[in-house]
Design a protein around this ligand. Structure first.
Ligand code: ZN
Length: 101
């Protein structure tokens, strides 16, 4: 394992909880893709449409909008816009707020 790879493994990233402030990412739990809207009439969907809603998620290399929970802190849910290629967090915003441009 080269030095750069080894440093990546011991590095950590900081998430700024909108309620508590900056904390190590180990205090948080990933909650999946953000902004998935439940269908208003699920009984009218085909099985394929329903399984699309339940299981299909983006897996972007780059900026992705995610739900996170401060599970070892205030236990609040919030959204994070994170670049999955380098774990850089572009913004954090509360549930119900629109993602920043
Ligand atoms: Zn918190």
């Amino acid at each position: 394992m080269n030095m750069e790879r080894r440093l990546w493994h011991i590095s950590m990233f900081i998430i700024k909880c909108p309620y508590c402030g900056k904390r190590d990412h180990s205090e948080f739990s990933y909650g999946g893709e953000a902004h998935i809207v439940r269908p208003k009439q699920p009984t009218e969907l085909s099985d394929d449409q329903w399984s699309e809603y339940l299981f299909m998620r983006k897996n972007i290399k780059g900026l992705q909008y995610e739900r996170w929970n401060h599970s070892h802190g205030c236990r609040q849910w919030f959204n994070v816009a994170r670049d999955t290629s380098n774990d850089k967090i572009h913004s954090v915003y509360k549930m119900g707020e629109k993602p920043p441009k």
